[in-house]
Design a protein around this ligand. Structure first.
Ligand code: AHR
Length: 507
């Protein structure tokens, strides 16, 4: 490039507070996520409760703030009562979402024990597919009511004297998708969700509710109309609207694929407009606005269809470096929209489209683990609106994922950037999307100065298709320190890399 690219940091240009809950994850009863993933009784690597300790250690390295459970599509045919009480009495069910047998040996209380070890806040989804609004209410009673009514007492009988106090509750999953068991149209969903939410909040008024927003972007669907109806109908009831997005490099078009998180940003802006239109400040009084929960996002296209699944093994994507760049850009997108995106959950935690991959003898960290861990550890505080001047490209028309609507992005900057500041600590997150070239960049402090050396974390690998495996680490995080004093620091971001810079800044 003829000229240096520029990143200008202005501490006065604040977007909003980064909610810690954007570093969430997701545990679904699907494939080997629970059984053979986090829970593997009898395995020498597991503790007396059946929790795999090597997996737990890797999970802890992700600083997961909020964990969604138990689905996903699974929840839409799940009766939570099957998964509580003495294990020998729990029924085995035919699980229709993923066509497998569910032993119910892991349920509400096992998940809550695990959540404590993870040090994560739980986020439960209720079954609004085949389930009734009363089952949803009973679940809140079981988990959140101290004592008195039948289900609170049942929990105590099951050995849990104190309530779990689960704050975040999702009203169903992907109810806009015809694949969902108990799929409804937007009006009928809103009616059922409203009544379920009413009963749940009467049981525990402190809970926060998440409505099921758009997930269906297949041709012929109208996702924004779904969002509009749901928001219009549920604006007095819910606190968040859940959105889902999966992308995939189906056409093997690298430059389009690494730009695809920009579509998530477009969708965020559209939905945020719908929410603003439905809720004037006067309407909501003292209440917070409805925020966006991207409670499922990831790359998912290789192991997508049911033909590639066989019961207990499902959706076992192996990720490469380009996938890690996409995840970095998803996280950048959440930070750039920190004023409206307050929850995000990578789908999912272990084995199933996940950052951690196990076999009976151990595990390895997938490429996408590294940026997720870095962001969750360091990128906190206030999100800054960063000025970025770098060369740009157009993607042309491309498929976002299998069977999905197409996208066509113009003027995609090679550098994808976000920044946060907490006290005098500045974090700059930079994806260099260029496949072959390092991009030399002037990083400028506007009305202030960098006051110490830069700590640099870099996620990279030998080429964009580089992968990790058992005993093989091609993509991980390298750290170094560079001189970082004054108003301008020049740094060359290597080709196909994610770089996080940790700097000190003074105004
Ligand atoms: O994460 C895998 C699946 O993707 C979830 O079960 C569902 O909600 C979505 O379609």
């Amino acid at each position: 490039f003829a000229q240096n690219a520029r990143i200008k940091i202005d501490l006065d240009r604040k977007i909003g507070e980064v909610d810690k809950k954007i570093y969430g994850n997701f545990v679904e009863h699907l494939g080997r996520c629970v059984y053979g993933g986090i829970y593997d009784p009898g395995n020498p690597l597991s503790d007396e409760n059946g929790f795999r300790l090597d997996v737990l250690e890797a999970v802890q390295g992700l600083n997961v703030t909020l964990t969604r459970y138990p689905g996903g599509n699974f929840v839409s045919n799940y009766n939570w009562l099957d998964g509580v009480g003495p294990k020998e009495g729990r029924p085995t069910r035919l699980e229709l979402a993923w066509n497998r047998l569910e032993s119910n040996q892991f349920g509400t209380n096992e998940f809550m024990d695990y959540a404590k070890l993870m040090d994560t806040e739980p986020y439960f989804a209720v079954n609004l597919g085949t389930g009734t609004i009363q089952e949803a209410q009973h679940w809140v009673e079981y988990t959140n009511v101290e004592s008195g009514p039948y289900y609170a007492e049942l929990r105590k009988k099951h050995g849990y004297e104190k309530p779990h106090k689960i704050t975040y509750w999702g009203l169903g999953n992907e109810m806009d998708g015809p694949w969902q068991m108990g799929h409804l149209n937007a009006e009928d969903y809103a009616k059922k969700a409203r009544e379920a939410g009413k009963l749940m909040k009467l049981t525990d008024p402190s809970i926060r509710l998440v409505a099921a927003g758009s997930s269906n972007f297949y041709p012929g669907s109208n996702p924004m109309a779904w969002n509009k109806t749901v928001i219009d109908e549920l604006k007095d009831v819910v606190d968040y609207l859940a959105l889902h997005m999966y992308v995939g490099n189906v056409d093997d078009n690298y430059y389009a694929f690494v730009a695809s998180p920009l579509v998530l940003e477009e969708r965020t802006k559209l939905v945020s407009g719908i929410i603003d239109e439905a809720m004037s400040r006067a309407d909501r009084g003292e209440r917070d606005p409805i925020y966006i929960a991207w409670d499922e996002y990831n790359i998912w296209y290789r192991w997508r269809s049911s033909e590639t699944m066989s019961g207990d093994i499902a959706l076992e994507e192996r990720y490469n470096l380009e996938d890690a760049l996409v995840i970095s850009s998803f996280l950048n997108a959440f930070i750039r929209n920190a004023d409206v995106v307050k929850i995000a959950n990578m789908a999912q935690l272990v084995n199933v489209i996940a950052p951690i991959f196990t076999n009976e003898d151990g595990l390895f960290l997938q490429t996408i683990y590294h940026p997720l861990s870095l962001f969750a550890k360091h990128a906190h505080g206030t999100s800054l609106d960063v000025f970025v001047d770098s060369e740009k490209y157009d993607t042309g028309s491309f498929a976002l994922g299998l069977g999905e609507q197409k996208a066509d992005l113009k003027d995609v900057p090679y550098l994808d950037v976000s920044a946060t500041v907490l006290g005098d600590e500045l974090i700059i997150n930079v994806v260099n999307r260029h496949k072959d070239k390092a991009i030399t960049t002037d990083i400028l402090a506007i009305e202030g100065a960098f006051t110490g050396d830069f700590e640099v974390f870099e996620v990279n690998g030998p080429d964009i298709k580089a992968m990790n495996d058992f005993g093989v680490t091609n993509v991980d995080t390298k750290t170094k320190s560079i001189k970082g004093k004054g108003e301008k620091v020049t740094y060359a971001f290597p080709a196909h890399s994610f770089t996080m810079i940790k700097a000190k800044i003074k105004q």
